[in-house]
Design a protein around this ligand. Structure first.
Ligand code: AMP
Length: 613
């Protein structure tokens, strides 16, 4: 995840990039060599400064700051365990409940609880820690790709809407918080954070105007662009799709040196007009490239000096690799960092490696990390089993950062400076190697998530409830749902959820298409707020589709799974499919298909708040 500079700032006379890079790389050497000591200190620091907070006191930590007492005394928790505390803070209780520092805002995670975004309390100084992690990325990258200080990065970065809690604290996603902070807006000169997008275009709350203006600036400065990206792969592909739809308007602006009248945000207009000058030749060039039948390699054609695409393609985002390869003609796909609303975790020290080999080195100064061993259930689904609540023995089995074993999978547990203690993040990681004494992890998956297109994360229980609500529409027709499964279809842009339904028809009344469309919409209305925001606000998820399949399709699916080695006794219909031959089997037996006719409802903030947005 990149960061932008104040483009207007110029280097001071004593600016020494080489020295700066050297110092950063030395920092990485130091903290990874002394990983255990650093971790010990981090825990001591967190516990001593928070010794008097209610959460630690009521559990009887009694001011102890050592690992042994901490592990014996403090439970390993999930969001639901601390939700009552979080609700109190959201409702205006300013006493030191979780942290002795004032809670500055809530970071709204894309992970949800009860259909709403989880809210992570944070403190002002965490912004410094996030900045520190960002500052490691380019010195690492520059070891592999020289000369990146000689040009610009074209990154599509966006803010999302924010809400206020009843107690008056702002609640917004972590990147929105970061981009709006002075750490981002007023950064001192750094050649590595020289971006084509002026801050005003990133900070524009209207997603169309923000995308349009960022694309316009990126096209106009096309020769200077050395790297392109967005946070997640899905976001970058959305930008390319936007270009496909709007290149004529964009070319017109470049030709005339003006900005389209749909861009009404004054600060955006002013910032863009500082860059844009009429360039009919460039407009002709872009027009010629964009009107070709094939868009293969469009990135390298329009931005010919691009050396790599900087987007996260690990985890569920790996589904976008073929599309990115197509548009970029196989440029390196670079995953630089691993982070969350709870805490920023680590960096990829070998950024030019293949996406399937990416590993993140957790930076020991960011938080105190522990690891819960995970068992894998072998079989066709190779599902991952992690207990929901942990007994005392299991709580003792958590291992420290330097004690993880090569090849073993773990769930990440963090204790942060902002007031999370032994908190289960929900991500499963596998130890891929070590940098000095610090382990490097492959990102395996987020627990329980079955469907994901963008930042949405839908789990099996949410899907099941949503389907249950929808099938009520079928009752008047004497139809019931015999079986179902789902698929995240990313061949469309934006991608969308597909549900395969096999029906038992008992009545004779035909079911009109509008009833299935109502089913689609009911499912969307029942899904979590991150999904609905993606549909409504960001348009990052397309309308949900139901494909009705022939009777007997799910028996065929079972036969197929058994032919691949699944046990007949233990076979359960997978509620989500990914394996291409299975998707093909389902598609070949689809008899009709229906889409959600409109967007579901979505409001910023939790449903129980009246927000002041
Ligand atoms: P959020 O709390 O909404 O910022 O989402 C954080 C989650 O996004 C993490 O816990 C991961 O599940 C996922 N995530 C973040 N960075 C990466 C990455 N580099 N690769 C795969 N998943 C990631």
């Amino acid at each position: 995840m990149p960061e932008a500079p104040k483009n207007t700032l110029k280097p001071t006379a004593d600016y020494n990039l080489e020295l700066k890079n050297k110092k950063t790389l030395q920092f990485i050497e130091d903290v990874t060599s002394n990983a255990d000591e650093v971790q010990k200190k981090v825990l001591e620091e967190i516990l001593s400064r928070n010794a008097h907070v209610e959460y630690l006191q009521t559990r009887g930590l009694n001011g102890h700051t050592d690992r042994e007492t901490f592990k014996k005394t403090m439970p390993v928790i999930t969001y639901e365990d601390i939700q009552p505390h979080i609700d109190r803070i959201a409702n205006g209780d300013t006493s030191p409940i979780l942290s002795s520092n004032a809670i500055s805002e809530f970071l709204t995670s894309s992970g949800t609880s009860g259909g709403e975004r989880k809210m992570m309390p944070t403190i002002e100084e965490e912004l410094g820690r996030r900045s520190l992690l960002y500052s490691l990325l380019m010195p690492v990258m520059s070891q592999f790709v020289p000369g990146l200080d000689k040009g610009k990065g074209m990154y599509f970065l966006f803010i999302k809407s924010e809400a206020k809690t009843p107690g008056g604290l702002v609640a917004r996603p972590v990147l929105t918080s970061y981009y709006k902070s002075t750490h981002f807006k007023d950064r001192p000169y750094d050649p590595y954070t020289n971006y084509t997008s002026p801050n005003e275009t990133i900070l524009c709350p209207d997603s169309y105007q923000s995308m349009y203006s960022q694309m316009l600036c990126g096209l106009w400065q096309h020769k200077e662009v050395l790297r392109v990206g967005a946070v997640f792969a899905s976001g970058f592909i959305r930008a390319i799709k936007f270009l496909e739809k709007h290149w004529r308007l964009l070319c017109n602006d470049i030709r005339t040196g003006t900005i389209d009248s749909q861009i009404t945000d004054q600060s955006v207009r002013e910032a863009v007009m500082k860059i844009l000058k009429p360039d009919p030749k460039l407009a002709d060039f872009i027009e010629a490239e964009c009107s070709k039948d094939s868009w293969q390699g469009i990135i390298t054609r329009l931005w010919p000096n691009t050396k790599y695409v900087d987007v996260i393609v690990t985890g569920t985002m790996s589904q976008y690799i073929p599309t990115l390869d197509y548009y970029s003609n196989g440029l390196p796909l670079v995953c630089t960092m691993y982070a969350s609303s709870e805490c920023y975790f680590g960096v990829n020290l070998n950024p030019l490696c293949k996406p399937s080999e990416v590993s993140y080195t957790l930076v020991p100064t960011m938080a105190y990390f522990e690891f819960l061993p995970v068992q894998r259930n072998n079989g066709v689904t190779s599902s991952i089993s992690v207990p929901k609540t942990l007994n005392e023995k299991e709580q003792q089995e958590l291992v420290d950062l330097v004690d993880v074993k090569l090849g073993q999978e773990y769930e990440l547990v963090v204790t942060t400076y902002s007031g999370l203690y032994r908190y289960r993040v929900g991500d499963v990681l596998r130890v891929a190697g070590f940098k000095n004494n610090a382990p490097q992890f492959n990102f395996i998956c987020r627990k329980n998530v079955v469907l994901c297109i963008d930042s949405d994360k839908t789990d099996e229980v949410e899907l099941q409830n949503a389907v249950k609500n929808a099938v009520n529409h079928l009752l008047p027709f004497g139809a019931t749902l015999a079986e179902y499964t789902s698929y995240a279809d990313t061949t469309t842009i934006p991608g969308h959820y597909v549900l395969y339904w096999e029906l038992s028809l008992n009545g004779n009344t035909p079911i009109p298409p509008s009833v299935f469309e109502d089913c689609c919409l009911t499912i969307e209305e029942s899904l979590n707020s991150v999904y609905r925001q993606g549909r409504v606000c960001d348009k990052s998820i397309g309308p949900l589709e139901i494909k009705v399949v022939e009777p007997g399709t799910f028996d065929k699916l079972m036969d197929y799974a058994i032919s691949l080695g699944a046990s007949i006794n233990q076979y359960k219909t997978p509620r989500c499919v990914k394996f291409a031959p299975i998707v093909e089997l389902l598609n070949s037996r689809a008899v009709s298909s229906y889409f959600s006719p409109k967007c579901p409802k979505w409001f910023p903030g939790h449903k129980q708040w009246s927000n002041n947005n």
